[in-house]
Design a protein around this ligand. Sequence first.
Ligand SMILES: Cc1cc2nc3c(=O)[nH]c(=O)nc-3n(C[C@H](O)[C@H](O)[C@H](O)COP(=O)(O)OP(=O)(O)OC[C@H]3O[C@@H](n4cnc5c(N)ncnc54)[C@H](O)[C@@H]3O)c2cc1C
Length: 423
Amino acid sequence: MKFDTVIIGGGLSGLTCGIRLLQQGQRCVIVSSGQSALHFSSGSFDLLNALPDGRIVTDPLASVKDLVRMSPGHPYAKLGECKFRELAGESESFLSGIGLSIQGGATENHYRITPMGTLKPTWLSAPDFAVCKSESKLPWKKVSIFNIAGFLDFYPQFIAGEFARMGTKSDIHLFSLPGLDHLRRNPSELRSTNIARILDQESNRDELTGILSKAAADSDAIIFPACIGLKNTNMLAESRKAINKPVYLIPTLPPSVTGIHTQRYMHDYFVRLGGVYMLGDTVKKADMENGRVTRIYSCNHGDIPFIAENTVLATGSYFSQGLIATGSRIYEPVFNLDVAYAPARQDWYSRNMFDSQNYLAFGVKTNESFNALHGGKVLENLYVSGAVLEGFNPVKEGSGAGVSILSALYIADKIISKEGERR
Ligand SMILES: Cc1cc2nc3c(=O)[nH]c(=O)nc-3n(C[C@H](O)[C@H](O)[C@H](O)COP(=O)(O)OP(=O)(O)OC[C@H]3O[C@@H](n4cnc5c(N)ncnc54)[C@H](O)[C@@H]3O)c2cc1C
């Protein structure tokens, strides 16, 4: 099977890279084992929320110079300040260009509301999310918080408590719809994605709108769990119009309806552009000759190899098995690439789970152009993007999606310009 580029891993990073390559006329395949981090994400994308010394970042574009100074091995340092700024802007136009609506921007982080009602800085959020500019004050005097009766992955009381601390009053309403009854018979069925399948149905719109408008008559805004918009993103906009009041979403505990919507949307876009997406297949090994990857083998295709000019490794971190940790080592399972990690296991983690965890910054070593290293040598046609990369801590810094998108766009552009030079 011959392609211009094979991408291993179809999460945020692999899909961004794949779509960009297809837009430039490449023939591209994504081989992906399964679900990505998007399925469990907040639904917001972080670019840079804090520096390694703990200082909070309000303007990522301005603070990147401090990051580069403090963390020279960081993926953003490999890009360099100028390229980082350029790619942050391009990421926003890339996402809106493919039709993914977003709010926010790289010159000023905004605050999203967590499932517990606290505020967290972030870069881009889904357009329906409740967000604010201030870290301590919400833009509403009074809100009505809704939850589905029996849904345990959303906490209106905690949210109302946090809102009260910030001076916003709340009332709480539980509701149900006939379509949700059969889910409620088994508590494990009453999950965000199953609820969204019901709430997304046009036939439920009028009843839902009636419930919201009646109960929220004296509120400035309605707060609703992000259990809607899995397939049908119009429902909320239509309800909002009918009620004539803002309706905002707050993320629930996973699975993330907003994240899954993004994953599916990007997958469908990739396929519409002519990309081949092989879901449920795992790349197992590859042949390498003279510093190049020559053939790639997957579980489903046995000894029929994928052959491509370039390969992108976007297999994610431990969570997606792009990195494997044993008792004594951390390794990359497809190519056995060089991985940066502390040799002594006690240096991998802190027993206090709220401390910064070193293992989160371990990852595949690359050169400045994100080419993988194998036995200390550069593989000139194997690029590494996203969460599997070394040198950044997505939790402490709040940089997860930013690294995934920016590295993917950088690599895609690198591949395209290399191809241009070859011709
Ligand atoms: C639970 C969780 C929640 C997060 N929430 C947020 C958030 O809210 N905001 C934020 O900014 N960042 C968040 N992050 C950080 C996150 O890592 C990035 O935002 C980003 O989504 C990672 O994308 P990725 O494509 O690099 O990796 P992933 O999303 O992990 O995708 C890797 C893909 O590769 C596939 N794969 C792995 N090995 C193979 C193989 N051998 N062959 C074929 N396929 C393979 C996996 O099945 C998976 O689909 C979160 C991370 C985790 C783990």
